[in-house]
Design a protein around this ligand. Sequence first.
Ligand code: ADP
Ligand code: MG
Length: 469
Amino acid sequence: MNPQDAWLAAYNQLELQLDRATFDTWMRPAVFLGVEDGVFVIGVQNSYAQDMLQHRLYRTIRRVLADTFGRESDIRFDVHKAEAKASAPLLEAEDAPLFRFLAQQTKASQLPETSETQDSLFKQVQRSTSRPELLGIELNPRYVFDRFVVNKSNQVVYEAALAVADYPATLYNPFLIYGGVGLGKTHLLQSIAHVCQQKGLRTIYIPSEIFTNDLVTAIRNRTTAMFREKYRSADVLLVDDIQFISGKDTTQEEFFHTFNALVHFNKQIVLASDRHPRELKTLEDRLRSRFQGGLVTDIQAPEYETRLAILEMWTQERELNLSKDTLITIAERAPSSVRELEGVFNQVMAQSRSGQVSMPQVEQTLERFTEVRTYAPLDAILEATAQVFKINVSDLQGASRKSRVNQARQAAMYIAREMTELPLSQIGEILGGRNHSTVLHGIVKVEEDIIADEVYAARIKKVRSTIKS
Ligand code: ADP
Ligand code: MG
């Protein structure tokens, strides 16, 4: 790969690896100026950026560049007056970085076979064969239309979802549901996915973070062609928590092309977001307009009657013996998010196993659950954990078993479980390809450790507050 393309590829990787603020402030304006005596010369906008990149971020940038360029090179940051970037009109597919990247790979494989290219081709093949099969996320069998309680507040969105499931790619494309955390977006997306799957349609349900992660892996392993083939072969593509792609240029770029390809072939796209696309400040305009091109429906917090009906459904399903009064108290006082309602319910259910639940017990549980829970993207969790434990994100994802690294990694697992909705297997995947049971073990370990070790507990608290700030 030539130095300029290697820099471009590294730049795109860094955008995915660094936290958003760091990338936007220091890296985004950086431009490739050339190579002098084997040193990459990068233009930056001022001496602060120069200092930051040369000192704090140097190791990360150098490592990523070494990956894309195929060998270690030094980098020099020169202060350079940036020309105003021409605002790029709608990119043709071939202009997109990833396409250029792919074209470059094809060219590389046509080079005369020196031992060096053979060697790198061999590595490429090795990498692609050792790559795990890309899979969508398994659907939760409980997230089906039959288990979704419908009432005034959510009738419209429920019926729209049902219609999309019954007539994919004919009525609303894309179909986008937006609304706060714990109101049933994932439940509805997966309900649609279940119906489509049962009809034999190729259905992919995926949280946007996994899409991003898949993309990073594909770029790293040079399997972007496979990545595209996977997503573009879907009859129905459901992407959850799409808000997390805003601000991530490479992901947005790729998603834009995936979106167009699917719509072109008359395939259904369903999206969920925590807010209306127009409120996603760092979403590219061309995506925003596409997201709004079908049906955009909000999902409201359930009113009292819905909350009570949901509680009754859960009580019946589990054949519990909870008094009507208990259910009414919970429905009246629980926070409006159904997820929080579920938290209260599960707690009360556990108490009921050891006899009748008393009203003060219910009250106490309610109090504990009215604290607000925050959600965060995984990259922010990894960054904050690395920062507080004074290690690198790559250590969290690496093989080291040093106790400091291990403790930090387990903390990241614990917080990821708390602040994301990702299945444990996916949390493990991002933390260096660890499996479901390793993550579960890590979480249990943290739960024990924070009781025994005050310093550790304080660090975890610090990670949380770093993420929220
Ligand atoms: P979101 O994706 O909007 O954050 P989820 O779909 O994960 O929310 O919903 C949180 C929990 O609440 C899930 O267990 C889901 O089954 C349940 N839930 C939400 N709304 C309803 C509803 N109307 N009827 C039954 N269960 C619901
Ligand atoms: Mg969700």
